[in-house]
Design a protein around this ligand. Structure first.
Ligand code: SAM
Length: 264
C-alpha cells in the first residue's frame, strides 16, 4: 500500500495533470482495483451510494464510529487489511484531528459564553459532540445542524445529543439564497464542505456565514490542503476531487487547514 500511495502521489508532486489522469486510468483498469474496493471505506467513497462525495457514513469509517462496524464485519480479510492501512494514513488522522479541534473550540466558546448558539454547516453525524465536555453541552442554548442529506439529519434525531441539537435538512444553497432565516450565532463552523467548493462558492458561503455570525462570535472553516500525501489515492481510487486552500492555520498533520475568524 505504501508503494501504491507513493506511485499515485508522484504526478501530483510534479503537478502533471495528464500523468494524474493516466495513473487513475491505469489503477482502475488493473486487477488490484477490485481488491482495493474490498475495503468498505474505499468502496463507499468510490461508489458514492448517496449520489454525492463525502457522505457522513464514509466519514464514520475514518472516525471508526459504530455505524462503520457492519461494513467492516462484512468485509473480506483483504478488505479489512486495506481499511486498516487507509484508516491510519495521515489524511485520515487529519480528519480525526479536525473533529477534535472543533470539539475544543465548541468547549472554549460554550465555557465563556452562557446560552451559546451554534450552527454546524454540512454537519454530518456531528461526531465532534461526542468529544465535547458535558458542561459545555449544557451551556448550549441552540445548536442547529444543517445538512442536505435527510438520512443524515434523521440519524441526528436518534443520537444522545438529540435533546439539544436541532437538525435542519437544507443545502448550503438555501443559506446562500437566504431562503431560511436562522438568525445569528456565537459559533458557526463548517468542516468537510469547503473541500468540494469552487472559489466563487467558497467566497459566497464565507461571506454569508460571516453575516450570520454575531458580534463577538466565531466563524471556523476547515479545508483539506494540497499537502495531502494521500491525494493520489483519494483521486484515483476513491474518486474524491478536492479543492485546496492557501496556507491557513493547520492541524498537526498539515492535512487540514482552518480559518478561525473572530468578529469584533
Ligand atoms: C465530509 S462530510 C463532513 C461531515 C462533518 N462536518 C464532519 O466533519 O465529520 C460532508 C457533509 O456535507 C454534507 N453536504 C454535502 N453537500 C452539501 C450541501 N450542498 N449542503 C449541505 N450539506 C452538504 C454531506 O451530507 C455530509 O454530511
Amino acid at each position: 500500500m505504501d508503494a501504491l500511495h507513493g506511485a499515485l502521489l508522484e504526478p501530483w508532486k510534479r503537478n502533471d495533470v495528464a500523468a494524474q489522469k493516466s495513473a487513475t486510468e491505469d489503477v482502475r483498469r488493473h486487477s488490484i482495483f477490485a481488491q482495493l474496493l474490498a475495503d468498505p471505506m474505499t468502496r463507499q467513497a468510490f461508489r458514492k451510494p448517496r449520489g454525492y462525495p463525502g457522505d457522513a457514513d464514509l466519514i464514520d469509517f475514518i472516525y471508526g464510529s459504530e455505524s462503520s462496524v457492519a461494513g467492516l464485519d462484512a468485509a473480506s480479510p483483504t478488505g479489512r487489511a486495506i481499511y486498516a492501512y487507509n484508516v491510519e494514513t495521515i489524511a485520515s488522522q487529519g480528519v480525526r484531528n479536525r473533529r477534535d479541534y472543533i470539539a475544543k473550540v465548541i468547549d472554549e466558546i460554550a465555557e465563556r459564553k452562557p446560552k451559546t448558539e451554534v450552527l454546524a454547516v454540512a454537519c454530518g453525524h456531528l461526531r465532534e459532540l461526542e468529544r465535547c465536555s458535558p458542561t459545555s453541552r449544557r451551556a448550549i442554548a441552540r445548536f442547529v445542524g444543517l445538512d442536505h442529506d435527510r438520512r443524515t439529519t434523521n440519524f441526528l434525531t436518534r443520537q444522545a445529543y438529540s435533546d439539544f441539537v436541532k437538525p435542519l435538512t437544507a443545502s448550503i444553497g438555501v443559506l446562500l439564497r437566504k431562503e431560511i432565516e436562522l438568525g445569528s450565532f456565537d459559533l458557526i463552523y463548517a468542516a468537510g464542505i469547503y473541500d468540494y467548493l469552487q472559489d466563487d462558492l467558497f467566497i459566497a458561503l464565507t461571506r454569508r456565514l460571516w453575516e450570520m455570525c454575531r458580534s463577538g462570535g466565531t466563524l471556523l472553516i476547515a479545508n483539506v490542503t494540497a499537502d495531502n500525501p494521500q491525494i493520489g489515492y483519494l483521486d484515483a481510487c476513491m474518486d474524491v476531487g478536492n479543492s485546496h486552500t492557501a496556507k491557513l492555520c493547520r492541524d498537526p498533520t498539515g492535512i487540514v487547514a482552518f480559518a478561525k475568524l473572530e468578529k469584533a
